[in-house]
Ligand binder design. Structure first.
Ligand code: HEC
Length: 176
């Protein structure tokens, strides 16, 4: 039964972005990653803005909405390895077997320049959101029959959430 002043803290930190979404644990114990600053982080005045790619893992998802915020960065990164033979994520990245995925959220399906999509994708007008991407990744074939992404899908829900969070973080997802 160790409650600190949790309720007050939770209220306060709901307004700010919590330093490292602990997902409901009692103590935000920093296990894997070294925390850069040794001083208390309860000081709400400084909010670190979404950091660019390739930074401290524990911060990478901090600006995302739930459930992506609480997803496991390393799981996301690992799951993306399934995609990276066909997709790049960086801005202006090249199209491989599949199109570059930078800026995918909020964009209509099938609109990367210079990439030749299937008829099924061309005729679809869905707009990518994290939730729609989750449906696509669960089973690309069932989601949009006739598309040419030869990929069985990401079976585990936690892998899907994590890889989507990873894509959001790596492609500058800005909320909404
Ligand atoms: C074997 C290659 C391959 C793999 C692996 C693959 N994709 Fe794809 N992906 C494609 C192709 C090809 C398309 C274009 C589909 C079409 O035109 O029908 C596509 C399309 C997409 C699109 C739609 C892009 C747009 O511009 O609208 C998204 C999003 C996507 N893939 C995400 C992923 C993610 C995330 C993974 C990994 C979990 C993944 N893909 C794995 C080949 C692949």
């Amino acid at each position: 039964m160790t409650f600190f002043k949790t309720s007050a803290f939770i209220l306060a930190s709901a307004a700010v972005l919590t330093a490292c979404g602990g997902g409901g644990g009692d103590t935000p114990a920093p296990t894997e990653n070294t925390v850069e600053n040794p001083t208390s982080s309860e000081n709400s005045a400084t909010e670190t803005p979404a950091t660019p790619a390739a930074v401290d893992n524990s911060e990478a998802f901090a600006a995302l909405p739930e459930p992506y915020k609480s997803a496991d960065f390393n799981r996301g990164k690992r799951t993306f390895k399934l995609c990276q033979s066909c997709h790049t994520l960086n801005e202006g990245g090249q199209n491989l077997v599949g199109p570059n995925l930078y800026g995918i959220f909020g964009r209509e399906i099938g609109t990367v320049e210079g990439f030749t999509y299937s008829k099924a994708v061309d005729e679809s007008d869905i707009v990518w959101s994290p939730e729609i991407l989750a449906d696509w990744l669960e089973s690309p074939r069932n989601f949009l029959p006739g598309n040419k992404m030869s990929f069985a899908g990401v079976r585990k829900p936690e892998d899907r959430t994590a890889v989507i969070a990873y894509i959001m973080a790596e492609t500058g997802y800005s909320g909404e």
